[in-house]
Design a protein around this ligand. Structure first.
Ligand code: HEC
Length: 496
């Protein structure tokens, strides 16, 4: 049986190879764009997908895993208990799959699947929903003890009972501020209780948007400024939203002296790729990331808008004089880098004060980059990913005018949250960079030497959809996971 499968694989490989040779020849004669796309499709598909054979791919289960799991959960957990937006009849499901919902970020699969494959997927999902209990995440991470290469990590539960904690930052006396995506800002007191902070602006929690990242000013003890990023409705058109940042101060349980310091333009009806992470560098410049807002071919490569960019502003929202595009006609002066897709992590590297980011690719091609003044990170002209529906949007992975990532993930892990370990609490982990995975529910530890990643380790496997990771002023790492929402503190123990 094994030998038989191997033979089939060999034949498939051989045929693919012959097709590529043929296609190459053809390309020489007549360099039609479609041919080039076709070749790269084969190559990119090959690296993007797991080791399933072509025949396996046609089952609804494999199609689901291959095309849907990245957003809807590998075990259909996101379909569990969902409040259906568009109805749960077979027709409604089939329509969603076939035509997508562009404004929500649900891709269309009419070019990918036959009617029969779509119907099989519908049945597969309906069957999955009927068996939801099999897929339910019970919120328990076993005994909360994880063995890693160098340490034993024990989880200390800091917050439970939230749904989607998105951002967190640390105040004095073991107190924390935490955002819940649906729109509430909480202060966690040292006894573990959560107080709601009133007085933040109206948050529009839709799609991937809501109440998002927060930071305190590097000089917070003196000036009290807190920075909050959120999804803001357009005052002139309630259908449209964007990402905005306000700063304000705490007075008891109220957010006061609120001033808007950044609004990403243009507003859009699309409900995804908002970004947004914020980070101060050593000179108190505020860096913040804005996603491409689903306008891949319009926003990231044009400097006349804020989307698909990393911005650098002063702590009051004004523009630093030496920003790279302040003298470029028509450019948004806050832009620091462009050609970014949807950055979900931003972190200060304590070794040299540089700012690092991670960002979501499409299907394949999540990246880690170092944020360098004025540079173009290539989205969507170059990418290690392909469209969600399996088609190719660029044949290029490199271009001499565009930056290569420090590293990229194939397949995409749904990278989210980022921090450097700037304490000695975890031994050799000091100066390692940590990135979370929403999709595969773990934390990735990466060892950085000379701006290169030389070793990686998956830790905290199955902890939950990992949204945020930060190091507190006490030197401990904290992670936030969602649905159900928890914040855990990582307590290291020597291994032997
Ligand atoms: C890029 C992320 C992404 C991928 C990939 C994706 N979806 Fe979706 N899908 C969404 C979003 C966002 C929505 C909008 C509803 C929501 O917000 O949950 C949605 C909605 C749906 C709906 C309608 C749900 C409702 O509430 O009425 C169905 C059915 C669906 N998707 C099935 C699929 C299937 C099947 C696949 C794979 C062939 C797939 N999706 C791939 C993001 C995705």
């Amino acid at each position: 049986m094994k030998i038989y499968t191997m033979k089939i694989r060999l034949i498939v490989l051989l045929v693919a190879f012959l097709m590529m040779v043929l296609a190459c020849n053809q390309k020489n004669l007549e360099p039609a764009k479609e041919e080039v796309t076709e070749i790269d499709n084969v190559v990119k598909e090959d690296v993007t997908k797991s080791n399933v054979s072509v025949a396996d791919l046609r089952t609804p289960e494999a199609n689901y895993g291959e095309f849907c799991g990245s957003c809807h959960g590998a075990k259909m957990d996101a379909f569990v208990d969902r409040r259906w937006k568009y109805g749960n009849s077979s027709e409604a499901l089939a329509k969603a799959i076939k035509f997508g919902y562009e404004n929500d970020g649900m891709p269309a699969y009419d070019v990918t699947f036959s009617e029969q494959e779509i119907n099989e997927l519908v049945q597969y999902i309906q069957k999955g929903i009927a068996n939801v209990d099999l897929y339910k995440f019970d919120g328990e991470q076993g005994d909360g003890i994880f063995e890693t290469e160098e340490l034993i990590i024990k989880l200390d539960t800091i917050v439970s009972g939230m749904n989607q904690p998105w951002g967190m930052t640390f105040l004095a006396n073991d107190e924390m501020l935490i955002t819940e995506k649906s729109g509430t800002l909480f202060k966690r007191l040292s006894d573990g209780s959560l107080n709601e902070i009133k007085g933040i602006p109206e948050v529009k929690a839709i799609g991937q948007g809501g109440l998002m990242d927060l930071e305190i000013h590097p000089n917070f003890e003196k000036n009290g400024w807190i920075y909050v990023a959120y999804t803001k409705p357009n005052p002139e058109n309630a259908e449209e939203v964007t990402t905005a940042v306000v700063r304000g101060k705490l007075s008891g349980n109220n957010f006061v002296e609120s001033e808007e310091i950044f609004v990403a333009l243009p507003y859009s009806t699309k409900k995804y790729h908002f970004g947004v992470r914020m980070e101060f560098d050593h000179e108190a410049y505020l860096f913040l990331s804005i996603g491409d807002r689903g306008s891949r071919d319009v926003n990231p490569q044009n400097l006349d808008n804020h989307c698909g960019k990393i911005h650098r502003i002063n702590d009051d929202g004004s523009i630093p004089e030496d920003n790279p595009f302040v003298n470029t006609a028509g450019a948004m002066p806050s832009i620091f880098t462009y050609g970014n897709r949807n950055p979900q992590g931003l972190a200060l590297n304590p070794a040299d004060g540089s700012i690092w980011q991670n960002e979501h690719g499409p299907r394949g091609g999540d990246e880690i980059n170092i944020v360098k003044k004025g540079l173009n990170y290539g989205w969507p002209t170059i990418s290690y990913g392909i469209n969600y529906n399996g088609t190719v949007f660029t044949e290029l992975t490199e271009n001499e005018d565009m930056e290569q990532p420090v590293m990229y993930w194939l397949p995409s892990i749904g990278v989210c949250g980022m921090t450097f370990v700037d304490s000695d609490k975890y031994g050799n982990w000091q100066n390692n960079v940590m990135s979370g995975s929403l999709r595969f529910m773990y934390l990735e530890r990466a060892v950085v030497v000379n701006d290169e990643i030389i070793h990686r380790e998956k830790i905290l496997e199955n902890i939950g959809r990992l949204r945020v990771v930060e190091v507190g002023p006490n030197g401990y790492i904290y992670v936030g996971v969602e649905e159900p929402g928890y914040i855990f503190k990582l307590i290291p123990q020597a291994k032997f």
